[in-house]
Each structure stands twice: as C-alpha cells, then as structure tokens.
Ligand binder design. Structure first.
Ligand code: F6P
Length: 322
C-alpha cells in the first residue's frame, strides 16, 4: 500500500482532530502518502482532496471540530453517488481509506469496501456514543463534560428561584449522553428512548421533591425520547401540575470545544490502530476500544447490533437521586 485517504463525515465530534493527527503521523511513519478528503463524502464526490504532511497535523490535537470539514451527504446514498465515489478513489490511486463518523458514515464505508477494491477502515467518532463495537466513541466524553458544566450552572439558578428545569441533551436515537450527565449531575429524572417515559411518574417525582423540601428538580431529557422532545414533555407536566418551570436545550454547544484528555487519547489510539489495520490488509471493519483493548468489528455490526446502555448506571440513578 502506498497511498491512503482519510475523511470525517456526519456530525463533527471533539477529538476528531486528535485522531486525524494520529492517522497522518502514523501513516507517514509507515512511509504512506496521506490525502485528506474535504467535507466528508461530499468532498469525495467532488474530488476535493488535499495532500497532508507532518505539519498538517501541527497544533490540532487541542482543537474541536475537524480540520477536514464534514457533511451529511445525501448523494452518497444513491447508486450514482457510489459509482462516482469509487471512480474518484481509483483515479486518485487511493488504496486505503479511513472514515471517521457514526452509522451513516459506516454504511457508505461498507459499500465502498465491498465494491471498490479499496481497503476501508472506520473509526467511531460521534458524541452520541451509539456505535456498537466500542465502549466509547470519540467526542462522547467531551460532550458529557460540556453538558455537565451547563447543568451545574443551571442548578444554581434552579435552586435560587425554586423551579424545575427540563434540560435537553443530544442523542437522536440513544440516551448515552443523558444517562451519564444525569448520574454525574445528580438529576432527579432522566428520560431516554431506551426506557418508557411516563409523565405521571415525572409529575409524582416533582411533587415528592417539593414535599421533601427540595428546592429544585433537574429533569434531563434525551432529544430522541419517544414522547417527542423536551417541550412536549414539559407542557404535559405543566398540564398536570400547573407549576412554573423552565426549559434549556443545550444543543450544538455539546458538539464544540476543546476535547478532553480521554477523547484525545482515544482519538490517538484509534487513529494509529486504523492505519495499522490497513497496513495489515484489513478492510470492512471498524477499530474501537473494548475494555481497554483495540477491537475490530465488521462495519455492518456497528449499526445492526445494539450497544447496550450501562445497566448499573440505570439502576443507580433512582437510588441516588433522592
Ligand atoms: O452528532 C450526532 C448529533 O449530535 C445528534 O445527537 C443530533 O441529533 C444531530 O447530530 C444533529 O445534527 P445536525 O448538526 O446535522 O443538526
């Protein structure tokens, strides 16, 4: 193998740059040429490529976002798009491709691996952490810490004015962020898609808190909760209790900022592992970290298999939020 390419796709995640740094530097260490594909699969279809060298990776380990840019590319899901992508890879003499992202990214990567003859390895990078085959995905730890900082601040005002607060965190399909910030932020309730949300129970809880003399209630809601988002949930509670409340949607704040040490380390490890996987002729797999060891998972398993939530945390939550 002589030439590899790397792209970041879907939602950006803090730690992507640390991972790109590891890909670039380890590839060059192994005498490979490295090409950066700009704006994810969009840039592949447009042949928007940049040659990367050791200096391209300078001073990026601490930066959020991705120096390559990213996109959600609908054309890549079409047959014409896939054919165009394969044509560009062949024309540019790319023999190995590393894709950073989540399930959407890996679906495209799987097909490229099957059809192009190019070796393709994925790296899990999404704040949602909803990828099977790795304990954590790049960006999750930073997002949790960012959300937690906001929740700590909100508790100050919630307690001063004695109001329940409904706080929405990201997680379009899963409640990984909500569960971790719920436990670490001492939330009174956490509403996630994996467990059935019962408004009556939320109301009971708020009433109990008031009776016990609690000055505030923090209710963390995952954006993908099946009741339909924080506004709907808060409205339904208001219809039953009629008490004043406030809502805060943390939104994209959670996706930005300097990555935590954990995300930089995970990004560094997985970047090197992906290059080594390509060199050893692996393809169609994702490199992840499971129980501290590098793990290789077929790309299709990363979205077909369901990564379980931490049951222990789920059990702790009601026990500690009393
Ligand atoms: O990166 C994943 C994610 O943050 C989801 O939690 C969220 O629903 C989505 O991205 C938002 O994406 P966009 O930036 O395209 O609105």
């Amino acid at each position: 193998m002589r030439r590899i390419a790397v792209l970041t796709s879907g939602g950006d995640a803090p730690g992507m740059n640390a991972c790109l740094r590891a890909v670039i530097r380890s590839a060059i260490h192994h005498h490979l040429e490295v090409t950066g594909i700009m704006q994810g699969y969009r840039g592949l279809l447009d042949a928007d490529l940049r040659s990367l060298n050791l200096r391209s990776a300078a001073n990026i380990i601490q930066r959020g976002g991705t120096i390559l840019g990213t996109a959600r590319c609908e054309e890549m899901k079409t047959e014409a798009g896939m054919e165009k992508a394969i044509e560009v890879l062949h024309k540019e003499g790319i023999e190995g491709l590393i894709t950073l992202g989540g399930d959407g990214t890996f679906r495209g990567a799987r097909e490229l691996s099957d059809r192009s003859g190019v070796k393709v390895v994925g790296i899990p990078a999404t704040i949602d952490n909803d990828v099977y085959g790795t304990d954590f995905s790049i960006g999750f730890d930073t997002a949790v810490n960012t959300a937690l900082e906001s929740i700590d601040r909100i508790r100050d005002t919630a307690e001063s004015l004695q109001r329940p607060f409904f706080i929405e965190v990201m997680g379009k399909n899963r409640g990984f962020i909500a569960l971790e910030v719920g436990v670490s932020g001492g939330a009174e309730s956490v509403l996630i898609p994996e467990t059935k949300t019962m408004i009556e129970k939320v109301c009971r809880r708020i009433n109990q808190d008031i009776k016990r003399g609690k000055k505030s209630s923090i209710i963390v809601v995952a954006e993908g909760d099946e009741v339909g988002g924080v506004f709907r949930i808060a409205q339904q509670v208001w219809e039953r209790l009629g008490i004043e409340y406030r809502i805060c949607v943390l939104g994209h704040v959670q996706r930005g900022g300097s990555p935590t040490a954990r995300d930089r380390i995970l990004g560094s490890k997985l970047g090197v592992a992906a290059v080594e996987a390509l060199i050893s002729d692996q393809t169609g797999c994702m490199v992840g970290e499971v129980k501290g060891e590098i793990a290789y998972t077929p790309l299709e398993d990363t979205w077909r298999k369901v990564k379980p939530l931490d049951d222990y945390l789920l059990r702790l939550l009601p026990l500690l939020a009393t």
